[in-house]
Ligand binder design. Sequence first.
Ligand code: URA
Length: 213
Amino acid sequence: MSDRLVRADNLYARIRDCARCPLSATRTHAVPGEGSLESEIMFIGEGPGMNEDRQGRPFVGAAGQFLDELIGEAGFRREEVYICNVLKCRPPQNRDPMPAEVEACDDYLQEQIALIDPLVIVSLGRFSMARFFPKAKISQVHGKSRAIGERMFVPMYHPAAALHQQSLRETIREDFRALPSIVEEARALRPGPTGPGEAVVEEPAARQIPLFE
Ligand code: URA
């Protein structure tokens, strides 16, 4: 078993047993996340809904079906990307996550990011975006990538929002279609096999325009 797999198993076991916040009392299953541990892209949603809570898997309901479509249109397969949520347990009646719940789950998300070490993090929806860019407005920054260090961040609308609001559908589709070129750009942020790339080190700082503040 690879070291990554062992670490993932260990993390998932801790998440499934977690009782750090009151959501653990109302959940059916915790939803750690799933997908390729070697993925270059990590999608981070808000938190499990009813179907996810039942199955213990992220994005398996209607929003998940649309997400699968979007991932496909961007030229990827669901199994080759990584999908998780800010919250690992379902908030009752799908209410908005509370700050204390986000805080209680944050170590898990950080450990997950360190484990997958994706080139690109795609936040899905406002709550996930706020975890990285608390002051940003999704209507202004959706689809716009930003490099921080050796990683790109791209806030996207939540697929469920686009399901309910027809006008957002084409917007989110367009944003997803730009993903391959964002991944390509992100590859240039990492040192290559022949040693650190030169332009690469300076580029992230240059790109940190106050777009998301
Ligand atoms: N919405 C989310 O944010 N995450 C899921 O896993 C499902 C729906």
